[in-house]
Design a protein around this ligand. Structure first.
Ligand SMILES: Nc1ncnc2c1ncn2[C@@H]1O[C@H](COP(=O)(O)OP(=O)(O)OP(=O)(O)O)[C@@H](O)[C@H]1O
Length: 263
């Protein structure tokens, strides 16, 4: 489904600001795999998602979605494969368009865009049904501008839109981090439901360890551009927050020792 093979990405290579964001990263997701990604600040988590979505191209290595090589495709050319929800609730939806216009746009993703004939009666019915699922009452506000919604409501809508056309890969980048605990729980539960119902292959970055353990069937930990710890489905079931923290400590200690050795 998603095959990331030995990719590397360095920003500002050869300058004083050089940042090795990804170093020889390989990762394979089978259909329906839901991998949670944790790691310290600057570990390369967002860059990993950005190289899958096409926001950044890789320096070396390859990425295949459904066996099709995509590493050289531009972001818009990958849009038909990839659904994405960002940390910023404002990023996934268009504030000046109504809820139904946003949903119509999401349906058009990867196809030729045309807003005019986007909102048919049949579509309105579908939108109403899908919005009911969110249990936020948005089905009664189809013609309300999205800019009027709360962050949590927008994030729930973004998630619905990202899952709308059953993307081959769903990328979630700290998509509950900016929400208050109650809304974060709501969006977390919604994520679980949408991913399960659509059997979406998903990569989710989170700083919340409980969320990383609750969601998904596999887990990876990144540090300094590398995947430093991987839990398979069976291993993930046995993981706890203290065990993850112990892994973190071990890895940070190890890299400190490495640096000490180099000094
Ligand atoms: N567009 C960019 N230009 C320059 N450097 C970048 C860019 N994007 C990321 N980096 C650098 O690449 C490294 C990895 O960043 P990335 O955002 O992927 O980390 P992250 O694990 O998502 O961190 P965080 O948890 O803090 O969001 C960092 O050193 C960062 O400064």
């Amino acid at each position: 489904m998603l095959k990331i093979d030995n990719i590397s990405k360095t920003f500002f290579a050869g300058t004083i600001n050089e940042r090795r964001a990804l170093v020889n990263v390989s990762l394979q997701l089978d259909e329906g795999d839901f991998v949670t990604v944790i790691g310290s600040n600057g570990a390369g988590k967002s860059t990993l998602l950005n190289t899958v979505s096409g926001r950044y191209t890789v320096d070396t290595g390859s990425i295949a979605i459904d066996s099709a090589p995509v590493a050289k495709l531009k972001e818009f050319q990958r849009a038909k494969y990839v659904g994405r929800v960002f940390q910023d609730p404002m990023a996934g939806t268009a504030p000046d368009l109504t809820i139904e216009q946003n949903l119509a746009l999401a349906l058009q993703r990867g196809k030729r865009r045309s807003l005019g004939r986007g909102i048919t009666k049949a579509r309105k019915e579908r939108f109403t049904e899908e919005l009911k699922m969110l249990e936020l009452g948005l089905e009664n506000r189809l013609t309300a501008k999205v800019g009027l919604l709360s962050g949590g409501q927008r994030q729930a809508l973004s998630l619905l839109m990202a899952g709308f056309t059953s993307p081959r890969i769903l990328l979630l980048d700290e998509h509950t981090a900016a929400l208050d605990p109650q809304r974060a729980d709501l969006v977390t539960n919604l994520t679980e439901r949408i991913v399960a119902e659509e059997n979406l292959t998903t990569l989710m970055v989170t700083h919340n360890m409980e969320q990383a353990l609750k969601l998904g069937n596999r887990l990876i930990m990144m540090h300094e551009g590398r995947i430093v710890f991987e839990a398979s489905a069976a291993e993930k079931k046995k993981l706890t927050v203290p065990l993850l923290l112990a892994e973190f400590a071990k890895i940070k200690g190890a890299s400190f020792d490495d640096r000490a050795l180099l000094a």
